[in-house]
Design a protein around this ligand. Structure first.
Ligand code: FES
Length: 135
């Protein structure tokens, strides 16, 4: 299987690996008990992704897609991150071999799950804040 230089670089030297302990949003895709999975954590400041870290169990292509996804959205607005697609991830890596295309889904899906988790938590916070004045 032929990988681009970018895939090999990100697979060998993945960026933003880790887990933000007090993350503002956490997204998990896959099933840790039986296969490939990603946990993506984000910190949000002023409507931007101030930090992003992930942990992954998967093949080299999946590691590369998580790494480049983190690079693509780091420092970007939430709206920009919302628009990231699997195709964007593949393009940023100068392509993936056909049998590995599905691996790119893990990264973007985990990112979107983390963004959704962030928004759900904010909704809950806002609700709690209002409840203080509802007595
Ligand atoms: Fe399973 Fe790539 S993550 S083959």
């Amino acid at each position: 299987m032929q990988y681009s230089e970018k895939v090999l670089d990100h697979a060998r030297n993945p960026r933003h690996v880790g887990f933000i302990e007090d993350a503002d949003g956490v997204g998990m895709v896959g099933d840790p008990s039986c296969g490939d999975f990603v946990v993506m954590t984000i910190r949000v400041q002023d409507g931007r992704i101030a930090d992003i870290q992930y942990q992954i169990r998967g093949c080299g292509a999946a590691i590369a897609t998580c790494s480049v996804t983190a690079e693509l959205v780091y420092g970007q607005s939430l709206e920009t991150a919302d628009l990231l697609t699997d195709e964007d991830v593949v393009q940023a890596l100068d392509g993936l071999p056909e049998p590995k295309l599905h691996c790119s889904n893990l990264a973007a899906s985990a990112l979107h799950a983390a963004l959704e988790d962030y928004r759900q938590r904010r909704k809950a916070d806002l609700h709690d804040w209002r409840s203080l004045y509802a007595r």
